[in-house]
Design a protein. Sequence first.
Length: 141
Amino acid sequence: MTRTTRSSRMLVWWLPLLLLQGSATLAWADTPASILAKYEKLAGAPGSPERGKKLFTTDFKQVLGWTCSSCHTEDPSRRGQDQLKEKPIEPLAPSANPKRLTNPVHVDATLNVNCADVVGRKCTAQEKADLMAWLISVKPR
């Protein structure tokens, strides 16, 4: 086998993997608005910032007695603090922290875990759309 043939075979085998890796990387580069649109499509209705704020600040009377604002503060454009680990939490509002809410897999996983802790169940697509709509609407003070 010549060197050229061997290189060509390796390229044919590796090229699809490299392309897949590139497309996976692009899938992570979302915007808060596009993630909101996905939840709105799943819910079949637009997100409501008013309902999102209410969900964020409501005490659902779970064992830990937390609301979302217990860790993230009532103003998600400000830093919060994890109630268990006592570590700082960067602002949740994209206007104050442009890196927030840009990875759809991370957003969904985080909402699932936090909804279980705060609400006592998984949040619905409508509740996620409402939260996203409110967080997108928050402006830094």
